[in-house]
Design a protein around this ligand. Sequence first.
Ligand code: ZN
Length: 242
Amino acid sequence: MRYGILSDIHANLEAYEAVISALKEEQLDKLIIVGDIVGYGADPKECISLTKSLSAGIVCGNHDRAAAGFMDTNWFNDYARKAVLWTQSVLSEEEKQFLREPGLIFEDENIIAVHGSLDEPQKFNYIFEFDEADRTFLKMGKKPCFIGHSHSPAIIMKDRIKGINAIFKEEVELEEGRKYIINVGSVGQPRDGDNRASYAIYDVNSRKVTIKRIGYDVKKAQDKILDSGLPEILAYRLYEGR
Ligand code: ZN
């Protein structure tokens, strides 16, 4: 059983299509989208339509909820709020309904997935520090937990003897008796200084998780943002990967 796991597409169709086409080579059994299909980018309608064609397992992200009018935007920064309002203005009721539908947690026999954290999924907390990670570790069993939200790929492991550690590798073999949180990074707006789209593959039989990157037409995505009237910073940051 092989999973492809993506997050934080953020209405960037060029990045999304590049990842979906790379996944065609992966012989996947299941695709999981860990939230934030829209927000920031210029192609929310096209990204929703592509998502519908994929029959993926989906969890809801904070931008999806906000764009669907399901969450207030008080805590969003200025340009994120502007992007939410712009996205709301272009989406149909039916598209908003599609964003509203997914639950906050996806779980099956092999994995669990949540946009922010398992302890209070409705609050979309970030996991940056080990104590924040531990609140999710305490809520999970043996299955690896896949997250997004920070737009920076990361693998965090909890071991009964060594405690919590970050693993600085692109590929890790999950070991018995250890718990893992895997941040799959962002398809449409990476923030770790690498502007290529990020996603993860989990092969259940070999127990290997791999974080992969793929380049896409950043210029085209930027030009669409600049032409749409969205805040310009949302275009420039794509090139920086910040
Ligand atoms: Zn996001």
